[in-house]
Design a binder for this molecule. Sequence first.
Ligand code: SRM
Ligand code: SF4
Length: 573
Amino acid sequence: MSENNLISSNSAPHSDVEEIKRRSDYLRGSLADTLNDNITGSIPEDDNRLMKFHGSYMQDDRDLRNERNKQKLEPAYQFMVRVRAAGGVVTPEQWLMMDRIAQQYANGTIRLTTRQSFQLHGVIKWNMKNLIKEVNEALLSTLAACGDVNRNVMCNPNPYLSEIHGQVHEWAKKVSAHLDPRTRAYHEIWLNEEKVVDSRDGEKQEPIYGPVYLPRKFKIGIAVPPSNDVDVFSQDLGFIAIHEKDQLLGFNVAVGGGMGMTHGDPQTYPQLARVIGFVSPEQLVDVAEKTVTIQRDYGDRSVRKHARFKYTIDDRGIEWFINELHQRLGWKLEEARPYHFDHNGDRYGWVKGSNGKWHFTLFIQNGRVKDDDNYPLMSGLREIAKVHNGDFRLTPNQNLIIGNVSSQKKKKIEELIKEYGLTDGIQYSALRRNSMACVALPTCGLAMAESERYLPTLLEKIEVILDEAGLREEEIVIRMTGCPNGCARPALAELSFIGKAPGKYNMYLGGGFSGNRLNKLYRENIGETQILEELRPILNRYAKEREEGEHFGDFVIRAGYVKKVYSGLDFHE
Ligand code: SRM
Ligand code: SF4
């Protein structure tokens, strides 16, 4: 790789983070030493930046922040750890390991994320090394779960088309492994590996990323139509599997999606990925690598807010990108093939896959796996993992599939589901079954408002309106985030709430039911009373005036509440 390739085409001074990465010697920094420092539970800012590449963030418990401040104590520092597996597929043994380390080193809960990973919260610095070692011993990893690299590769966990899913999942794993950072820093710091590589040999250390990695995070997801559960249009690079009669033909390629924005800054916006062509399965890894290198070389390294791939594409134009990609590949993408998405949510309960195995999709409210007095979810899953010999699949909607259950084991697993009262969400409204909320308070340092802890309460109140209107079984996609970074992909929901300040949200309407259209701001900075006042007449009108099969997101556009948005460039207009 030439040195030129590693330098952003942007001539503005690079951000501080670029300097930290460059100085870090391929993500080593002084992490090994600061982890051993017994004086404070925190780590310095430079190391915290690098820590993200190793899959962890330093946080503090925001519920305790003011009180500790008053008492002149340092914040209650703790770490969030993200554990990833391409497509979110893990074995029962890996599930049991996650369960054990959640109890031993974290806050006793597991968070299933919107990118099919696990998160643990509340880990203290001195437990980090053991935790990461145990994750790796179970053949999972935290490397590149965060940071300016390719993140967890998402893949449709579809139990309906198990043959195709199996094949597509294999490709997701290949893309993921190909784009893993190659630095041995991770193994040295966490797994006590001796440093043997000469750090000056950049080609060996990071053949794809180079010494400064990417300008920003990069995300890849693979959808298997008719399900768009991975929200393929929200990905930096999305692949849409094209299949015919259980035969995988290849993938359409979509580029330049993303969700993050900043309130009040029209230079930032959510964007939909655009489909640019078709490739065969064997060409997939090459396309992913070349796309990543284009973003490595042309992404903005001076302004981090503007450093995502969607801005590189929007600034230079999609034609520029296609030409650059063709040049680097040395061959051309074929014309995109027809496909159709029906929905981006999960389908719950038992289903028999085409491989004869059974799959049960459980509803997990906002992805939080824990034991409550009247809902022992975590214990139930632990007991299932002890007898299960198939897999567990984390869905992109924060739910969980007990996958590949053999006919012999089905009865036992059904008994355990019943014994622990585990639910496919049937007793809830279809709105709740199609809901997602990001983590937000108390752990997320960027949260402006509650999300995971508040959405269930808001849903109860909206459900009263739904019941009155006869809409309880109407599937409506609702998402909430505590800030505009968009971790629950709110810009793609038919109805969404994005935190503005404590107790205040911006309300958006009009996203496409299959995740193919952005929503639009409807009301700004409103609290619960106004949210319910605004929603009641809209839902009542929807109940009375909707056409056969018309989704809520389409109705609010037809009824004139908001305009259609198919490009992020129109999001703020
Ligand atoms: Fe996210 C940052 C949680 C999926 C866009 N995200 C964060 C941090 C790490 C906060 C921070 O930087 O201090 C959050 C940790 C909170 C906590 O306490 O756990 C956080 N993001 C999450 C998760 C756990 C939300 C969830 O409830 O599931 C998801 C973990 C995914 C994973 O397993 O890898 C998560 N984040 C997403 C998604 C959705 C997706 O990837 O499909 C997005 C929008 C898609 C995109 O990237 O465009 C997303 N997170 C962001 C951003 C905005 C990036 C940008 O373009 O500006 C930030 C802020 C940042 O990076 O500076 C962020
Ligand atoms: Fe935190 Fe904002 Fe992401 Fe929610 S959307 S987890 S508040 S960064």
